[in-house]
Ligand binder design. Structure first.
Ligand code: ZN
Ligand code: ZN
Length: 162
């Protein structure tokens, strides 16, 4: 008899200096509209997935942390600034956008709606286009991404860049 294998998730920051691995089922998967999450993510709301207890491992580097309140730390990459964690007494939540496969981590709950920005519910109705159709951004034609790929890598920083 073999035990069912636990789900495994990987992810990290934009530059690749900080990487994580989660083993086990994620807890609460949500977005938070509160004003502190807006600031910490520089965004309309924070997308967060709670890591299973003892299931989170930092496989490269570790986040720098800002104490945003007496109970909460906010983790981010000190090299590139990517928001990575919300660390509270009841657990550590990871930024969904930092996962290698964020499409597999769908939120099921909203928090902090007292601070929800008035236009958030209308975003899906905005005019929508693909990146390459932005004619004003001619630099996109020869754009070279320095972003870390969406999988674990042998070494960091990349040898072909400084
Ligand atoms: Zn980074
Ligand atoms: Zn919040």
């Amino acid at each position: 008899m073999s035990l069912p294998s636990k789900p495994v998730y990987t992810g990290g920051c934009q530059c690749g200096a900080v990487r994580f691995r989660v083993e086990g089922a994620l807890g609460s998967v949500s977005i938070c509209h509160c004003r502190m999450c807006q600031k910490a993510f520089g965004a309309f709301y924070a997308p967060l997935a709670t890591a299973p207890e003892n299931g989170l491992e930092w496989t490269r580097g570790a986040p720098k942390r800002y104490r945003s309140s007496n109970h909460v730390l906010r983790g981010f990459c000190a090299e590139c600034g990517t928001p990575l964690t919300y660390e509270a007494p009841d657990g550590v939540a990871l930024a969904i956008g930092a996962f290698d496969d964020p499409a597999s981590v769908a939120p099921t709950k909203q928090w902090g709606i007292e601070a929800k920005l008035p236009y958030v519910d209308d975003l899906a109705a905005l005019s929508s286009d693909r990146t390459e159709t932005d004619g004003a951004a001619s630099f996109l034609a020869d754009l070279e991404s320095f972003q870390h790929p969406d999988h674990d890598t042998e070494s960091w920083p990349p040898k072909d860049r400084t």
